[in-house]
Design a protein around this ligand. Sequence first.
Ligand code: KET
Length: 452
Amino acid sequence: MHTQQSPSPSPDRRLSVLARHLEPSSVAVEGHSNHSIVGAPTSGNDGKQSVFSHIVRAPEDPILGVTVAYNKDTSPVKLNLGVGAYRTEEGKPLVLNVVRQAEQLLVNDRSRIKEYLPITGLADFNKLSAKLILGADSPAIQENRVTTVQCLSGTGSLRVGGEFLAQHYHQRTIYIPQPTWGNHTKIFALAGLSVKSYRYYDPATRGLHFQGLLEDLGSAPSGAIVLLHACAHNPTGVDPTKDQWEQIRRLMRSKGLLPFFDSAYQGFASGSLDTDAQSVRMFVADGGEVLVAQSYAKNMGLYGERVGALSIVCRNADVTSRVESQLKLVIRPMYSNPPIHGASIVATILKDRNLYHEWTLELKAMADRIIRMRQQLFDALRAKGTPGDWSHIIKQIGMFTFTGLNKEQVAFMTKEYHIYMTSDGRISMAGLSSRTVPHLTDAIHAAVTRGR
Ligand code: KET
């Protein structure tokens, strides 16, 4: 276990800036400001040099930067397997049919207005989102022990949850799996939490490092927060079995560790919304506290609409309503209140029996196509006799395959074959199609046999 590097500016700096702002002495009262601003246009600058000239260029994001590089490539055979975004067999982005229908209904409804939503978002959307992840008959919902707030997709939900915990929870340490989605470290560090990691993946078996996971969580300080991927672990595609989840749950509850689920792929792993929510529901069923961040980016294809939700399950209704009151104080200065359109699409689909059913079919079709791509890639590598055991491609689950290809092999495939992927060897199976499997197979074959 090790402490991850904090990105800059450090949370300490953020917090001290915040603290300075909150000091009564620094609050400017009209005419009595102790930091008076002098209106000399040339002060502090000779007019030639930019006040930002010391700023160094930041590197591109390790995931979204892959798309930036891909967009610059003019090769007709280029292939983007970087970002986790679904593509059709034709390699095109997909807007779900149900989403089109819901949008049409919304446009046709002349009674719809564009007022601000409440700080917590669209009430219907929040209720339906809680039901979707916790189950329609969840006792926690019936007992009013769940508060749900609409946030800016999965990322925003994690950030709001992180800031709430940093301000109000007694333990400021969060354990994240090693490896995990790269943004987790930054989100939680900037939220003001101290980020540590627990062992998760074993490169030797290309499977779960279950022993390491139990040992690391077992030696975490009591009360620590633990980030768990609800399903389809990113980037590894390796999930605990139901039995293993149960052991993780027991260990965490016995040590009072607080589960914070990231559910970005509900329905995408198995094709079933209920199956993919099982891990979360196991923890909620024991009556203890749970946080869960949901994203509709992948499972409804609403990437750019930024629709998600943070739910906090508490022990009783009274605590829950106080928690919600504090969540509003976290959100208000961050972005005031969330956008209306995407959440309205989701609510329209979730509350209409027919649209909901159609959505489950479209979702299953996406999940199935990804599973077919796994099989095709595996078969093609086998047929070509590419050295190595590639069975992890069909064993792993969700949007990604963690190929085991190293940085140099990835760089080679990008340079020689115009195939774009993250440098850790993760490929988005959703970006692959029957048409592009042979090209990827050739590239992997060349990469692993190079210099042999
Ligand atoms: N959690 C996980 C595990 C995750 O993979 C993503 C996105 C998110 C949260 C956030 O998604 P949002 O769009 O905020 O709802 N992952 C893909 C896209 C990205 O990196 O932003 C990816 O890993 O490619």
